[in-house]
Ligand binder design. Sequence first.
Ligand code: PEP
Length: 250
Amino acid sequence: MAPRPLVAGNWKMNGSRAALKELAAMAEGYDAALRAKVDLMICPPAPLVFLASAAALGSRIAIGGQTCHPESSGAFTGEVSAAMLADAGASAVIVGHSERRQYNRETDADVAARAKAAIAEGLTAIVCVGETQAEREAGKALAVVARQLGRSVPEGATPQTVIVAYEPVWAIGTGLTPTTDDVAEVHALIRKRLVSRHGRQAAGIRLLYGGSVKPANAKDLMGVADVDGALVGGASLKAADFLAIAAAFR
Ligand code: PEP
């Protein structure tokens, strides 16, 4: 059976208490017909996780964090642990987003440690992988994704503990997207690698595509084999856009 689709929004370092009105509008538009077809999640910045969880109560929109520290507590000024996110109402956390890999120098091992910490706290780890433009142009996209996947996803991944997001770095926030054939090729590789390493249960792990998903291209991208949903950045900030993307699954 195909995994149940998920459209997750990454608000990055955007949003305020006032922006929670968008979450309320998403809840309003997440009608029974849409709920029957697709799961929704919003990952706001850490200071909003508790308020967003409260605002989303009863709506079936899940709330996630954007990263977590590998330790559950301690002298790590400025960091947020998976335990804290869970305590604030999150059910998932993004780990290894390319912006974290690039600006915070997170390695595959760092990402795996964060994913393990998330899973230990009962969160689903949304593990991001994806090649840069230079890597794609050099014909290394598949090798890079396979390496990141192998080293960033912890042992024993299941559909409950792990979601994988394929996000080509060059497609994030640029308006550029890979062809549907390219997305299909990468997602097929991810599925194959997950099943060969984690066993048959890994066929149920959700594989999201991320990178400039918009209402106008959602139907095409979401229709690709082994694409079980989207990780959406910019277009998740406005309820109308986010719901229009989710509507690809109606
Ligand atoms: C992201 O940051 O995960 C992302 C996919 O961004 P955008 O949709 O804005 O390209």
